[in-house]
Design a protein around this ligand. Structure first.
Ligand code: C3B
Length: 829
C-alpha cells in the first residue's frame, strides 16, 4: 500500500513537469515528441508505421495513467480481484478503441489534421493481435473491456504467441495459410516486465518422504526448466479505469543453459534455449477440436503456472495471508484450456507452501470458477494419462488424489460403480485419460454455460451427473459483446445518429437504446437510418472489391455469414440456398427474389478437410454466379479473405441480414449474432445458443426463425435420421445437391465436391437436409419483407432498440453478482 501511495505521488510529479493532457495541443505536442524522441523521425520523412507508432505511444501514456490510478485505487480499497485465465484473446486494434475510451478521437483527428495527417489512414496501419481463434478469444477481450469500464479489479492472463492465428489467403478458391507476423514491426502497446518472471518445470519424477517433523513431503525433480516473462498491455475502460492483460512469453533460464555451456557444449545450450522459446511461438489454430499435441498441453500448463505464481506473489506482496487467497482472488477458467490450474494450485499450496491437503483443497475449490463454452464432443478436452504423467508427473499424482477423495465422497452417498465411472476424472474406457472438464467442475465453486439454452444442456447432458450432485454450483451467464467497439468505434455514423436522438448515455448503459423504440415508425428517422446503412454498405463494397476484385451493388440485400468455418455452423446450408436461387433464376422464375449479395468470411482449421472444401465450394459458386450474364445483377457471392476483428468492424455495420443457422443445440452462444443485431441487421436463425434470447428481446416478429428446435433435432436423431429421404422427396433440393457433382461448379470435375455430397446424403450429422425447406421458405419471406423498405427499417430499428441485454457490461455485472461476489470500483476523473 505504501508503494501505491508513492505511485500516486509520482503521478502528480510527472504531471507537474509534463502534463499528460487531453487537449488537441497537448496531443499534438506529445505526438511530435514521440515521433522525434522515440522513433528519431520528423513528420516529413516518417513512414506510415512511424506515424502509427508515435500516435500509439502518445495514447499509451494516457492509458497507463488510467491504469496506474486504478491500481492505486484498487490497492487502497484492498479490493477482491478477478484473475481471468484464457489461452486466447482477440483484442482487435487498440488505437481507435483507446481514443474512444479516452474520449479524444476528435481532438486527435484535429491535431493530426494540423500536421497534414489523416487519422483514418493511421488507424489502418495497425496490425491486430491475433491471439485467438474466434468467439472464445474475442469474448475474453470483450470482457476485459467491460471489466475495465465497470471498475472490476482484474488481470487477464494469457499467452504471448509470437505467431497468432494464421493469415488466410484464397488461392484458386482454396484457403492457404500464411504465418501471422504481428510482432514484425514491433508492438507499441506492450511493456515487458523482465523482473516478473517465473520458473516452470517439465518432466522428470517425484520423490516422496516423511520429514523430521513427520510431515509428508514431495519433491518434483524435473528434467527441464524454463521461465515465463510477463508482457503487459493496458486495457482501458470507457472514461475510467484501466486494467492489464498480462501475457507470458517462454524463455530459457540462463543458469540452466550455463551449466551446459560450462562443460563446453555451447551448441547444446543454444539448442536448449531455442527449444524453450518454442513453447510460446504459435497459437494452435484448431477451434473446438482438440489437437492432443504435447506442445499444447505444455502451453496450457506454462501460462497457468506463471499466472498462479503471479497471483500468489500479489497476494503475499499486499501483506495478506495465503490462507485467504480465495477471499481476495477469484480465478475464472475460460473453458477447460486452463483447467490444469486446479492441480497446479494444489501443488503450489501443498508442496511449495507446505499447506495441509484439506486446507489447500478448501482454498482451491473456493477460488476457481469454470466457464464451459462448448458441448461438442470433439472439443471436450482430455489428456492421455501417459502424456500427462510424462510431462507433469506430480500433477498426475495430484489429479489421482483429488479423484480418489471425490470418488470416496460419491461412495458415501451410495453412488454405484457405473455412475462413479461416468463421473470419475479418469476415463478408463479406451486409452486411459484425464477428463479436463470434470477436473474443472470438481475444482470450482461455480460452473456456467454461456447462454440460457447452453447452460440448460450442460446440466442435462455433458455434466448432468455433477448438476444432480451439486445443483447450486451450476448457473448461466449469457455472453455479451463490447458495444463500444462494435457500435461506438466501428459504426461512427449510426453511433452519431443514436447519440443525437437519445444522448450518449448508451455508451455506458446499452439499455438506453430502448428509447429508440418510439422512433421506429418515424419515416424521417427510418430514412436516415437506412441511409447510414447504405453508406456503410458502400464502404464494405469498396473494401471487398479491393480485396477480391468482385464488385457489388450496395443497394443489394447484404446477406452475411461470417464466423469460423465449421460443419455445425452450416455455411453449406447457405450455399444450398444460393444454388436454389441460381436454379430458379436460370429457369426464369424470379418472383420474390430480390438482388442479393451473399457475403462470407471465416477461417478453417488448417487440418479440417470438410471446412476447407466448403470454402472452395463457396468460391466455386461465386465463380459460377458472378460470371453468369443472366444472374450476375441478381446474385453476387463474395468470400472475404482473412476475417478478423479489423474486418469484422467493417462487415457488421454493413449487414442487412445476419445468418445464424447452426444446428440447434450446437452453438453454445454465438456473439456475432449480437454484433449484427446491434448494427441493425435482422437475423435469420435457428433456436440455438443466444439466438433464443435475442429473439425474446427483439420480438418474434423482428426475427426470422426457421428449423428444428434442440428437442426436435434429438428426436430426429433418435428416430434414425435418413437424409436420403429428403433428397428423394424434395425435387429442388435434389437438383441443388446434384449440381455439386455435376462438374458445373468445378470445371467438369465431378469428384471435387463428392465428399460433401456423400456426407450430406449418407450421414448429414448436422441435419441440413431436414432443415432445408424451412430455411428456403423463410428466405422467401425475408425477400418479401426487404421489398418493403419501411417495414424492414422498422424491424432494423427495433432490433437495435432491444439489444441492450447483450452488452458485455451486463454479462460482467452478472459474473460479479452471481459468481464472483465483487463490487466494482469505478474511478472517474
Ligand atoms: C465459442 C462458441 O462456439 C460460441 O458459441 C461462443 O459464443 C463463444 O465460444 C464464446 O462463448 N467457442 C470457441 O470459440 N472456441 C472453443 N474452443 C469453444 C467455444
Amino acid at each position: 500500500r505504501e508503494n501505491k501511495k508513492l505511485e500516486k505521488h509520482f503521478l502528480s510529479q510527472i504531471e507537474n513537469t509534463e502534463k499528460i493532457g487531453f487537449s488537441k495541443e497537448e496531443i499534438k505536442a506529445s505526438f511530435l515528441k514521440k515521433l522525434f524522441y522515440n522513433l528519431g523521425r520528423v513528420p516529413q520523412v516518417a513512414t506510415e508505421n512511424d506515424l502509427y507508432k508515435a500516435l500509439a505511444l502518445t495514447v499509451r501514456d494516457r492509458a497507463f495513467r488510467q491504469f496506474v490510478r486504478s491500481t492505486a485505487e484498487f490497492a487502497q480499497k484492498d479490493a477482491r480481484a478477478v484473475a481471468y485465465l484464457s489461452a486466447e484473446y482477440l483484442p482487435g486494434p487498440h488505437l481507435g478503441k483507446n481514443l474512444l475510451n479516452l474520449e479524444i478521437t476528435d481532438e486527435t483527428r484535429e491535431a493530426l489534421k494540423e500536421l497534414d495527417l489523416d487519422l483514418d489512414e493511421i488507424l489502418r496501419e495497425e496490425v491486430e493481435p491475433g491471439l485467438g481463434n474466434g468467439g472464445l478469444g474475442r469474448l475474453a477481450s470483450c470482457y476485459m473491456d467491460s471489466m475495465a469500464t465497470l471498475g472490476v479489479p482484474a488481470i487477464g492472463y494469457g499467452i504471448r504467441y509470437e505467431f497468432g492465428i494464421f493469415n488466410q489467403n484464397i488461392k484458386n478458391g482454396w484457403q492457404s495459410e500464411e504465418t501471422d507476423l504481428w510482432l514484425h514491426y514491433g508492438n507499441p502497446w506492450e511493456v515487458v516486465r523482465p523482473e516478473i518472471a517465473y520458473e516452470i518445470k517439465f518432466g522428470g519424477r517425484t520423490e516422496h518422504w516423511v520429514d523430521e517433523n513427520d510431515k509428508y513431503q514431495v519433491e518434483w525433480i524435473p528434467d527441464s526448466e524454463l521461465k515465463g516473462t510477463a508482457y503487459d498491455t493496458p486495457i482501458l475502460g470507457y472514461q475510467s479505469n484501466g486494467i492489464i492483460m498480462r501475457l507470458w512469453k517462454a524463455e530459457a533460464i540462463e543458469s540452466f543453459d550455463f551449466s551446459v555451456y560450462n562443460v563446453g557444449d555451447y551448441y547444446k545450450a543454444v539448442e536448449k534455449k531455442m527449444r524453450s522459446e518454442n513453447l510460446t511461438k504459435v497459437l494452435y489454430p484448431n477451434d473446438e477440436n482438440l489437437s492432443g499435441k504435447e506442445l499444447r498441453l505444455k502451453q496450457q500448463y506454462f501460462f497457468v503456472s506463471c499466472s498462479l505464481q503471479d497471483i500468489i506473489r500479489l497476494q503475499l506482496m499486499q501483506g495478506r495471508k495465503l490462507e485467504d487467497l480465495h477471499k481476495k482472488f477469484t480465478i475464472q477458467l475460460n473453458d477447460t484450456h486452463p483447467s490444469i490450474a486446479v492441480a497446479e494450485l494444489m501443488r503450489l499450496l501443498v508442496d511449495e507452501h507446505q499447506m495441509e491437503w484439506v486446507d489447500a483443497w478448501n482454498i482451491t475449490k473456493n477460488t476457481f470458477a469454470y466457464t464451459n463454452h462448448t458441448l461438442l464432443p470433439e472439443a471436450l478436452e482430455r489428456w492421455s494419462v501417459g502424456l500427462l504423467g510424462r510431462l507433469l508427473p506430480r500433477h498426475l499424482e495430484i489429479i489421482y488424489e483429488i479423484n480418489n477423495r471425490f470418488l470416496n465422497e460419491l461412495k458415501e452417498r451410495n453412488y454405484n460403480g457405473e455412475q462413479m465411472a461416468r463421473m470419475s476424472l479418469i476415463d478408463e474406457s479406451g486409452e486411459t485419460s484425464v477428463r479436463m472438464a470434470h477436473l474443472a467442475t470438481v475444482g470450482s465453486y461455480k460452473v456456467n454455460g454461456v447462454s440460457a439454452l447452453h447452460s440448460g444442456l450442460l446440466k442435462k447432458q455433458v455434466l448432468n451427473d455433477f448438476a444432480d450432485l451439486w445443483p447450486e454450483k451450476f448457473t448461466n451467464v449469457t455472453n455479451g459483446v463490447d458495444h463500444r467497439r462494435f457500435l461506438g468505434v466501428s459504426n461512427p455514423r449510426l453511433s452519431e445518429l443514436i447519440s443525437k436522438k437519445i444522448g450518449k448515455h448508451w455508451l455506458t448503459d446499452l439499455m438506453q437504446l430502448h428509447q429508440l423504440e418510439k422512433f421506429s415508425d418515424d419515416k424521417t428517422f427510418q430514412k436516415k437510418w437506412m441511409e447510414i446503412k447504405l453508406q456503410n454498405k458502400k464502404e464494405l463494397a469498396a473494401h471487398m472489391e479491393e480485396r477480391t476484385g468482385i464488385s457489388v451493388d450496395p443497394k443489394m440485400l447484404f446477406d452475411v455469414h461470417v464466423k469460423r468455418i465449421h460443419e455445425y455452423k452450416r455455411q453449406h446450408l447457405k450455399v444450398l440456398h444460393i444454388l436454389s436461387l441460381y436454379k430458379r433464376l436460370k429457369n426464369g422464375d424470379d418472383k420474390n427474389i430480390v438482388p442479393t449479395a451473399f457475403i462470407f468470411g471465416g477461417k478453417a482449421a488448417p487440418g479440417y478437410f470438410m471446412a476447407k472444401l466448403i470454402i472452395k465450394l463457396i468460391n466455386s459458386v461465386g465463380d459460377l454466379v458472378n460470371n453468369d450474364e443472366q444472374v450476375k445483377d441478381r446474385l453476387k457471392v463474395v468470400f472475404l479473405p482473412n476475417f478478423n476483428v479489423k474486418q469484422a468492424q467493417v462487415v457488421y455495420p454493413a449487414a442487412d441480414l445476419s445468418e445464424q443457422i447452426s444446428l440447434a443445440g450446437k452453438e453454445a452462444s454465438g456473439t456475432g449474432n449480437m454484433k449484427f443485431a446491434l448494427n441493425g441487421a435482422l437475423t435469420v436463425g435457428t433456436l440455438d445458443g443466444a439466438n433464443v434470447e435475442i429473439r425474446e428481446e427483439v420480438g418474434d416478429e423482428n426475427f426470422f426463425l426457421f428449423g428444428q428446435s434442440t428437442e426436435e433435432v434429438q428426436k430426429t436423431r433418435a428416430e434414425g435420421y435418413r437424409p436420403y429421404k429428403y433428397y428423394e422427396q424434395n425435387e429442388e433440393l435434389r437438383e441443388v445437391l446434384d449440381l455439386l457433382i455435376s462438374g458445373e461448379l468445378s470445371d467438369g470435375d465431378k469428384e471435387l465436391f463428392r465428399p460433401l455430397y456423400n456426407n450430406l446424403l449418407q450421414q448429414d450429422p448436422y441435419q441440413l437436409l431436414k432443415d432445408y425447406q424451412s430455411y428456403i421458405d423463410k428466405q422467401e419471406e425475408i425477400h418479401k419483407v426487404w421489398s418493403k423498405p419501411g417495414e424492414w427499417a422498422k424491424k432494423s430499428i427495433l432490433n437495435v432498440a432491444n439489444i441492450g441485454k447483450f452488452s458485455s457490461d451486463r454479462s460482467i455485472k452478472d459474473y460479479c453478482t452471481t459468481i464472483w461476489k465483487i463490487d466494482p470500483v469505478r474511478v472517474e476523473d
